[in-house]
Design a protein around this ligand. Structure first.
Ligand SMILES: [Zn+2]
Length: 709
């Protein structure tokens, strides 16, 4: 995951209540640590001086400053030039970026009540600030003039790309419409926002209400003591008798792997599947039918046949057809593998004289038994070979050194926002300082879940800045004096996040808007997922997977088990993700002339049409609780997860075909891809490096989706 930010179109637009705190912020002046650029190496944030109360005045002053800068550009009496408009825009917002990049880093990883209040106060103001820039008609007129003259401007390729990018972002938002259509668009946007909020609230309430509740402990047989205790705690918090198993956002629920009572499994599954389809106030079906219609109308107004076509114009795939073609190629192998897995499970059920046909609520319960029987992988046997610091220095850093020649030195003199955070300086092969990298790996109560990468400072030769990046994760913190032993999944996560990190570290672009991980959604996970491959590359793995006490390498049979387990259940996982991605795409391919659709009928037809209607493999998200696409910015974009996976496997295949982990291969990849951010059409950038279009075949191979696996 990345939490990348664009310079102008930054941050989430979640509308939250303005806090009382906003009224009493201290004045902004030279005493504020954000007032001037940091004097620390790499302009690193001066965390030793920053107080919680410094952020809001700096962000507010930063917005005011950027508004003034943008107004000056828009009202410039001189005719527009690339320098006085596009380059000038890149230079705006220095203070806002300085303060907000640090603020959003800290509020995600190390929050508290004060910071949350600031976040609530700032969200609507930042959204309004972005609107004020992107709807500035005078500014757009200048950009538009330059865009129309672009053939005669003699721009270098990166500058031309920036001009086209800026123009596209404004047009995508409706800047080209006449006033009457702008008013219509605004109305549709407002209705969309209202519906998205309604959907989110119904889903939240529906999910909560659909939690499995029982007073009969025997129904929870199979759960561990800790899981039962947490179910009892959930009941207590809700002030009900007995036990409550709250629902996760996906169709499948984690506890179904363990619950031995089949009726309980079925009940929990159905609670999940029907959570927002029970009639009444939490039913989302009317809301999403209307949302799909509103989006189709919006796309039509902006001159596109459907919402997907409008939304994919600035993605690597560019058109829904490209995304559909990619998904279609995966359907047959994925469902064939899933059917094979279903057969293994049915055989197991039959051998136990179960006397029933496999249903979705049985899948994970029996898959786990198949996994144990086939792979016999015990986490506690593996963990002593994955000590966190050794994984980082002898694995993650080692692979990067072997591929790119870069080296790392701890910087204990750089201030951090929390004592567990540590910092490394990254040097290029020739010894030149390249970047600063922060690592914040341990779970805390005040940290968001999951793992992510982002930047405190974005690289730009125009601004004279070098990258300052960070990786955050949620690994279990060891007791004092104990080693931090992690799982192979965690080790892979470290490679993943550092892959995003390398995208930032190697960034070598003029303009910050096009720098490093500031790329479309269907490309951003490519460098990170690609870097995961080195976690299991033999020479890297043998270098870091060493027993924390003895330094012995992992026994070969254990390594073989980890490798074999890598393709387990991938048929199911690929099929459920494809089914969700196809539902997303089918909804957003509807033309504006189509009436509102009956949700369940539409969903069944869409799955049938795309050959993803496997009875035991439901979509990862059903339409009625698909938060990603209805309210979280992934509309017509859920395919991006699988698409990036195609790219990373295809790229790794190129490395395999060209001698694997070598400096020559690494340097070429860095030069042609990792250093270049969004400075070229990404499809072209990729094909030039690869020597052809990406192929889905390596992804099938690595996921075990080819016959014989
Ligand atoms: Zn990622």
């Amino acid at each position: 995951m990345t939490a990348t930010t664009r310079r102008l179109f930054t941050l989430s637009a979640t509308a939250l209540l303005t806090s009382a705190l906003a009224a009493q912020t201290p004045a902004f002046g030279p005493a504020n640590p954000f007032y001037a650029p940091s004097t620390l190496p790499f302009q690193a944030p001066p965390f030793d001086k920053i107080k919680d109360t410094d952020y809001q005045p700096a962000i507010e002053a930063g917005m005011a400053a950027q508004r003034a800068e943008v107004d000056a550009i828009a009202n410039n009496p001189a005719a527009p030039t690339f320098e006085n408009t596009i380059v000038a825009m890149e230079k705006t917002g220095a203070l806002l970026n300085r303060a907000s990049l640090v603020f959003y880093g800290v509020v995600q990883a190390n929050t508290n009540d004060t910071l949350q209040a600031v976040q609530e106060a700032m969200a609507p103001k930042l959204a309004a600030h972005q609107d004020a820039i992107s709807l500035n008609t005078k500014l757009f007129a200048r950009i538009s003039t330059l865009y129309n003259e672009r053939a005669t401007l003699k721009l270098d390729p990166e500058s031309l790309r920036l001009l086209e990018y800026d123009y596209q972002q404004f047009v995508k938002a409706g800047a080209n419409l006449n006033d009457a259509d702008k008013t219509k668009l605004k109305k549709l946007n407002e209705e969309d926002a209202v519906l998205e909020t309604a959907f989110t609230n119904k889903l939240l309430a529906g999910t909560k209400a659909a939690a499995f509740t029982t007073t009969d402990k025997s129904k929870l047989a199979g759960l561990s003591d800790a899981q039962i205790a947490s179910a009892a705690l959930a009941a207590k918090e809700r002030k009900v008798e007995g036990y409550v198993v709250p629902l996760q956002n996906t169709t499948q629920q984690p506890d179904l792997t363990f619950l031995t009572d089949r009726a309980t499994r079925q009940q929990i599954f159905e609670d999940s599947f029907e959570r927002t389809e029970r009639g009444g106030e939490n039913d989302t079906r009317a809301t999403i039918a209307r949302l799909a219609k509103v989006r189709a109308e919006k796309a039509a107004l902006l001159g596109f046949p459907n919402y997907a076509a409008w939304n994919l114009q600035d993605q690597m795939a560019k058109t829904p057809e490209a995304a559909l073609k990619f998904m279609d190629a995966l359907v047959a192998p994925a469902t064939a593998k899933a059917n094979g897995e279903a057969k293994d499970i049915q055989d197991l059920i039959d051998s136990q004289k179960g006397g029933f046909q496999l249903q979705p609520w049985d899948w994970n319960f029996y898959a786990e038994q198949v996994r144990k029987a086939k792979y016999d992988l015990d986490e506690s046997q593996v963990k002593p070979y994955f000590e966190l610091h050794r994984v980082l220095t002898d694995g993650v850093f080692y692979a990067a050194n072997q591929l790119y020649g870069i080296t790392f030195k701890p910087r204990t003199d750089i201030p951090v926002y929390q004592p567990d955070v540590f910092v490394y300086e990254v040097f290029d092969a020739d010894g030149k300082p390249l970047a600063l990298a922060y690592f914040d790996y341990f779970k805390r109560d005040n940290k968001a879940g999951g793992a992510w990468m982002s930047e405190f400072v974005t690289q730009s030769t125009l601004l004279g800045t070098l990258p300052v990046i960070y990786n955050v994760a949620n690994f279990q913190k060891p007791a004092p004096g104990e080693p931090a032993l992690i799982s192979f999944d965690d080790a892979t996560t470290m490679f993943h996040e550092f892959g995003h990190g390398l995208h930032g570290i190697f960034a070598n672009t003029i303009y910050p808007s096009l720098s490093g991980p500031n790329v479309p959604r269907d490309f951003v996970e490519f460098p990170s997922q690609f870097n995961e491959h080195w976690a299991s590359y033999p020479s890297v793995f043998n270098h870091y997977a060493r027993h924390y006490k003895t330094g012995e390498p992992m026994p070969a049979e254990l390594v073989a088990k980890i490798k074999k387990a890598a393709t387990f259940n991938k048929g199911y996982a690929t099929t459920e993700a494809l089914a969700a991605a196809e539902l997303d795409m089918q909804w957003h391919l509807l033309p504006s002339s189509t009436p509102e659709q009956p949700v369940d009928i539409f969903e069944n037809r869409a799955l049938l049409k795309t050959r993803l209607n496997l009875p035991a493999v439901p979509p990862r998200y059903r339409s009625s609780y698909f938060l990603h696409i209805w309210a979280n910015g992934y509309a017509a974009g859920y395919y991006a997860y699988s698409w990036s996976e195609m790219l990373d496997d295809d790229a790794y295949q190129w490395f395999e075909d060209h001698g694997g982990l070598t400096r020559a291969n690494g340097d070429r990849f860095r030069k042609m891809v990792l250093s270049r951010g969004n400075t070229e059409d990404l499809d072209k950038m990729y094909s030039t490096w690869r020597g052809g279009e990406p192929s889905v075949t390596p992804m099938m191979k690595f996921r075990g989706l080819t016959p014989g696996n």
